[in-house]
Design a protein around this ligand. Structure first.
Ligand SMILES: [Zn+2]
Length: 358
């Protein structure tokens, strides 16, 4: 899988930089370290980016299986093997980076995993397999391959179920990038999420227990209200394009606000839950853009687009060859501009043709 990554156009891009330094590492509540803003940050801004000290498969393989081990014995063997891999990896680091890696916290006891793998499990950030699949064509064959990267500075990002930032792996610069998902005032702790943001409180707490801490954010404290909002959100996800077709083609007497009403409500709930970092938030903003374009509502389209594009301004998009931009700056250039208002396309094939670029 190395070749398709190394041969991406323009690879290796420089590590993205914030427009001005924005972050410092400091102690939180007198014990663990955390990341803090040193100036006001706008939603979507790059706060910090760095290449990982190391990137490793998150799967615990037993590579030297003797063939007759069972249960705990097999597990102990897998732990030994993983730690041997980690030792070899850490050894490849320059001396000061090796020391930085070893200085990172490890919350896992010795009987659960070795100390070097423990550091990776405690501090590692996942790389989405889907992201890799976009540039590695045979990724499906390697679906067991999941990776995490351990960073020197970004490893100090603490958790909140209402995170004000999100970590993203930028494949073209091979760097982890932290960007704000809403405005953050100077001097605020920057947080990310270690869990599925929209999972119920009990499920989030179960994941966080593996990191040996309990979250006391406003959503966890007011879990009844928070879980109710999450249940409502689960009932009205942003739609797949195929499910939007009857509305786009103006068939079946669906109302004009069929897409905008649920998306506006979902965005409101997500804001109340501080969940702007969730995939649902960006999906509903995309749905709003598409709906306002199809309705020919220039002003609202531009407003939704500004929020949607602003959310990911620091992220270098992976271009999909042969398809038109779904959030152009000029509304009239949108593939579905006023599509619902005119007697143009009548079938799914018509709409698919409109998505293709020349
Ligand atoms: Zn929480």
């Amino acid at each position: 899988m190395k070749f398709p990554i190394l041969t991406q156009p323009g690879f290796l891009h420089p590590v993205p930089e914030p427009r001005a330094p924005a972050l410092r590492v400091a102690t939180v509540e007198g014990k663990r370290l955390g990341l803090f803003t040193t100036r006001d940050i706008d939603a979507g801004e790059v706060i910090f980016a760095e290449r990982a000290l190391l990137i490793v498969s998150s799967v615990e393989w037993c590579m030297t299986f003797a063939g007759n081990e069972r249960g705990a014995e097999f597990r102990a063997h897998a732990i030994r093997d993983k730690e041997a891999v980690m030792k070899a990896l850490v050894k490849t680091l320059p001396h000061e980076k090796r020391a930085a890696y070893r200085a990172l916290p490890n919350v896992h006891p010795r009987d659960e995993c070795g100390p070097l793998w423990g550091v990776a499990r405690t501090n590692g950030s996942g790389i989405m397999p889907l992201l890799l699949a976009m540039v590695v064509p045979d990724m499906v064959e390697h679906e067991q391959l999941k990776f995490l990267g351990v960073c020197e500075t970004l490893s100090h990002l603490n958790h909140s179920c209402r995170p004000n930032a999100a970590l993203h792996f930028d494949l073209s610069s091979f760097a982890f990038m932290l960007h704000a998902v809403r405005s953050i005032p100077a001097g605020t702790e920057i947080t990310g999420s270690y869990t599925d943001l929209l999972a119920p409180t009990a499920a989030r707490q179960a994941i966080l227990a593996t990191f040996r801490f309990q979250c006391t954010c406003a959503s966890c404290v007011n879990s009844e209200t928070s879980d109710r909002r999450r249940r409502e959100l689960a009932k009205s996800p942003a739609l797949e394009q195929a499910a939007m077709l009857p509305w786009l083609l103006n068939k079946g007497n669906l109302p004009d606000d069929y897409l905008t009403k649920p998306s506006l409500r979902a965005l409101e709930l997500l804001r109340q839950e501080g969940a702007e970092a969730s995939k649902a938030y960006s999906m509903h903003l995309s749905q709003l853009c598409l709906a306002y374009a199809a309705l020919g509502d220039r002003e609202r389209y531009l407003d939704a687009r500004k929020r949607s594009v602003g959310l990911v301004q620091g992220i270098r998009p992976i271009k999909i060859e042969g398809f038109r931009d779904m959030a152009p700056a000029v509304p009239e250039m949108h593939p579905f501009w006023r599509v619902r208002m005119q007697a143009g396309p009548r079938s799914m094939q018509d709409l698919q043709a409109m998505l293709k670029s020349d």
